[in-house]
Design a protein around this ligand. Structure first.
Ligand code: PCA
Length: 201
């Protein structure tokens, strides 16, 4: 049975909850013949990817889907691009606040996802959750994780999905109930499972 590693993030930025963690914790043990292994990551530049890397090295998953919260977005957004740039005015959970620095000095400016983002967006929509392909994962910890993993595991089917904040979170702006996010996330993972089955054939 193939394994899909699904990572999410702990709360950050003074919020009590992170929508990615709430949704990922509600996932079933398996979808469409793929075992799902969950990992909660710290919102820390570098450390998040190191922890995810340990899980990848231990599990040898067939695919990895990293999930994070994007406050301000109203849809689930599979990310197309990881940028070689860390730039934030908001410290991470360890107090790090990189400005205008490359994630991997000398590394490529960007990596594309190796997951089928358009198909994922289509199945999320079909499952009744809002979805759109995104071309920017930002320049904070989510992008840092995505870039470092694409850099370190170039052959692995690997991508990132941003999800909206939860209703009642401390930030103003759009939100989505966790049940809706979970429905979309499950559909996206089914799509990844089908992609893996197709790749094995
Ligand atoms: N979202 C942040 C980091 C952790 C999370 O859930 C981001 O988009 O970078």
């Amino acid at each position: 049975m193939a394994t899909i590693l699904v990572t999410c993030f702990e709360p950050f930025g003074g919020e009590a909850r992170n929508a990615s963690q709430e949704a990922v914790s509600r996932l079933p043990e398996a979808v469409d013949g793929c075992r799902l292994v969950r990992e909660v990551l710290p919102v820390c530049f570098g450390t998040a990817a190191a922890r995810a890397g340990q899980a990848i090295d231990a599990l040898h998953p067939g695919a990895v889907l990293c999930v994070g919260q994007a406050a301000g977005r109203s849809a689930l957004t599979p990310e197309r691009v990881a940028l070689n740039l860390a730039d934030t005015a908001r410290p991470d959970n360890a107090g790090c606040c990189p400005v205008d620095v490359p994630i991997v000095p000398g590394g490529p400016a960007a990596y594309f996802t190796t997951l089928p983002v358009k198909a994922m967006a289509a199945v999320i929509t079909a499952a009744g959750a809002p979805a759109a392909v995104s071309c920017s994962a930002g320049t904070y910890v989510c992008n840092d994780l995505f870039y470092r993993l694409r850099h370190g595991y170039p052959e692995l089917p690997l991508g990132f999905l941003h999800v909206p904040a939860l209703p009642g979170s401390s930030r103003e702006g759009p939100s989505l109930p966790v049940e809706v996010t979970l429905r979309g996330l499950t559909a996206a993972l089914r799509c990844v499972a089908a992609f893996l089955a197709g790749a094995e054939r």
